[in-house]
Structure formats: C-alpha cells, structure tokens
Design a protein around this ligand. Structure first.
Ligand SMILES: NC(=O)C1=CN([C@@H]2O[C@H](COP(=O)(O)OP(=O)(O)OC[C@H]3O[C@@H](n4cnc5c(N)ncnc54)[C@H](O)[C@@H]3O)[C@@H](O)[C@H]2O)C=CC1
Ligand SMILES: O=C([O-])CC(=O)C(=O)O
Length: 340
C-alpha cells in the first residue's frame, strides 16, 4: 500500500516536473461565453498550462483579469477584439480552443446554427492559420460536423493544413454515455468507458454499447439509452428554456480533451480520446471526417483506431449516421468554396 502510494507520488511529481519544463500556451476564442468562462477557469487550474490567452468579441480582458487572480503559476492575458488582439492571442499557441458562436434555443437543431456560426468559425480559423498554423485546433462551436470541415478548407486554402492537428471536440458525447450507463447500472461512471463514434448531432452520434462493459443492455432499455446519448444536448437546451445549451459539462469535456493533448505532447503514451478528425474510416461513404477512438501524441493524431466489431443494431445506426454526416460535411466544404 505504502509502496503503491510512493509510486503514485513519484509518477505525479514526474508528470508535474515534465509539465513545468515545457511552455504550453493555450488560447480560448469565445472566452467570455457560457462555455468559454468555465473552460478558461479549468485551463487556469491545469498545471501543464503556462500561458492562457483569452479572446472574445466582448469581455475577454475582464474574464482574464478575474481568472488571473487564481494562484496557479500560469500567466493569463485578455485580448481586445481587434485583428491585432486576435493575432497576439494566437501567436505561440500550442492549443487553440474555439467555443465562439451562438448556442441553440429549444426547437432548433445544431444545423440551424450554421448560418451564424459558419462565418464566425471561418474567420477565426483564418486568423489561427496565419498566426499559429502548427497549433492544435479544437473546435467546439456547432455544428461541429460542418465547422471542422470549414476549418480544414481554410487551412488548405492557405497551404497549412495538417490533418493531425484539427479536432472536433466530441468528448461530451462519451462523458454523457458513461454517466448515463452508470445511472442505469448503478456503477461508478469512472469505470464506464463507452466508445461513441460518428459525428456530433442527433443520429450521427453512434454509441457502441456492444463494446462497453454492458453489452447485455438490450431491447427498449437500449433504445432509450442510445436515444438519450444521441439527444442528450436537447435535454439541456430544453431545461435551460431559451438560455442556451450545455456549458458546464462542455467546459469539463473540453478541458479533459485539452489535458489529454497536453499530456500526450509531453510524452505520455497510450492517451486515447474519441474525437472528430480527418479519418480514412468512412471516406468511401463521403465522410472525410469521422469520430472514433484516436491515440494522441506529440504530433496531434498518432493513430486512428478502427471501429472494431459492431452488432447488427449498431451497423444500422452507422448507416443512418453516414448518410447525415456526409451532408453536414459537404455543407461545410461548400460554404468555404462559396464564401472563401
Ligand atoms: N461540441 C460540443 O459538444 C458542444 C458545443 N457547443 C457549442 O459551443 C458554442 C458556444 O456555446 P456557448 O458558450 O453556450 O455560447 P455563448 O453565447 O454563451 O458564448 C459564445 C461566445 O462566443 C463569443 N463570440 C461570438 N463571435 C465571436 C468571434 N467572432 N470571436 C470570438 N468570440 C466570439 C460571444 O461573444 C460569446 O461570449 C455554440 O455553438 C454551442 O452550440 C455547446 C455545447 C457542446
Ligand atoms: O446541444 C447543443 O446544442 C450543444 C451540444 O452540442 C451538446 O450539448 O452536445
């Protein structure tokens, strides 16, 4: 027991000193928003982060002043909503998190956000491609199925596209899946890993329960659980009743994903997160991007895992997923071609 604790302390110290050696600037674009504020807070609490840059079209410096009083080592700076402010916020970043854009109201789909958020993400991607083309770009703004292809097109148009550095953040889907399964089974969610693949909206979200600890969940219970994972975002939108969508759980999910990337960049092996990336898995079905389990490393994407064995029920879910997802991806690509 004592030896185990010693080993734990040692590995923690090692992780800490490794992080202290490496400078890691994290930039949040949309830092004053419902997600941006708690996400920035969580990044300030992450000892791997040495510099935190907070940018928003309103309120960035205020959020930064507030967060900067927290007594962790990282430097925090807020930036004015000007082209030079944005450029400075991005310069030198290792990770850029984008939760900028409008959230849903009851009755809307994520795709209904496209008209507003597509141009917001396009313009931020342009700035990032110019200021920090080698940074990891983590896209949270919806519809993720389209905003990630938008970023890819922008980076391609500027000749700096690196598919290993672009991520759609789908972590909230796996966070929800593990929580919802644990509620049914009365287990600790920390012990429940549910792989969720596909995209990030409705039927494009495909949980693979057959690969979880509970392949026995079947019939009506399975249908209800799958539906809850696919439409978990709607639950929050409805409960917030016009005041937006998931923010706190999303901040936790975004911070978890950023921590995984930082950890992998600093040498930890075997860090795997499901995420929406440029992927070979369903290119033959016109889905150039697909979320699956991805091993992370110092270069971003290290290895994209296969989907693995699925049952007949999940095959049908995957069929429905790729039909919608291909359209969402196409919409993002077409948008940039029409509105470069
Ligand atoms: N990927 C995922 O799992 C999830 C994604 N989302 C998405 O995240 C986005 C943000 O949601 P919330 O934080 O709740 O919205 P919010 O409205 O509370 O915050 C958005 C922030 O973005 C800022 N902003 C707008 N245009 C900007 C620009 N050009 N540059 C910089 N900042 C800009 C706004 O000033 C605001 O502070 C939405 O699109 C939402 O659908 C939400 C939950 C989960
Ligand atoms: O539902 C929404 O609009 C926000 C979101 O992506 C989620 O909560 O998964």
């Amino acid at each position: 027991m004592f030896a185990a604790r010693q080993a734990f302390n040692f590995s923690q110290r090692r992780a800490f000193s490794a992080s202290a050696r490496q400078a890691s600037k994290v930039t949040v674009l949309g830092a004053s928003g419902g997600i941006g504020q708690p996400l920035s807070l969580l990044m300030k609490l992450n000892p791997r982060v040495t510099e935190l840059a907070l940018y928003d079209i309103r309120g960035g410096p205020g959020v930064a002043a507030d967060i900067s009083h927290i007594n962790t080592k990282s430097k925090v700076k807020g930036y004015d909503p000007t082209p030079s402010g944005l450029r400075e916020a991005l310069t030198g970043a290792e990770i850029v998190l984008i939760p900028a854009g409008v959230p849903r109201k009851p009755g809307m789909t994520r795709d209904d956000l496209f008209n507003t958020n597509a141009s917001i993400v396009r313009d931020l991607a342009k700035a990032a491609a110019d200021a920090c083309p080698d940074a990891n770009l983590l896209v949270i703004s919806n519809p993720v199925n389209s905003t990630v292809p938008i970023c890819a097109e922008i980076y391609k148009s500027k000749g700096v596209y690196n598919p290993k550095r672009l991520f759609g953040v789908t972590t909230l889907d796996v966070v929800r899946a593990s929580r919802f399964v644990s509620e049914i089974k009365g287990t600790d969610p920390a012990d429940e890993q549910v792989t969720v693949v596909g995209g990030h909206s409705g039927v494009t979200i495909v949980p693979l329960l057959s690969q979880s600890n509970h392949p026995d969940i079947a019939g009506e219970q399975r249908d209800e659980l799958v539906n809850r994972i696919q439409f978990g975002g709607d639950e929050v939108v409805k409960a917030k009743d016009g005041a937006g969508s998931a923010t706190l759980s999303m901040a936790m999910a975004g911070a978890r994903f950023a921590e995984s990337l930082l950890k992998a960049a600093q040498g930890t092996k075997g860090v795997i997160e499901p995420t929406f990336v440029d992927s070979p898995l369903y290119k033959d079905k016109n889905c150039d991007f697909f979320a699956s389990r991805v091993e992370l490393g110092p270069n971003g994407v290290e290895k994209i895992h296969e989907i693995g064995k699925v049952n007949l029920y999940e095959e049908k879910l995957l069929d429905a997923c790729v039909t919608d997802l291909a359209k969402n991806i196409r919409k993002g690509v077409d948008f940039v071609q029409a509105n470069p």
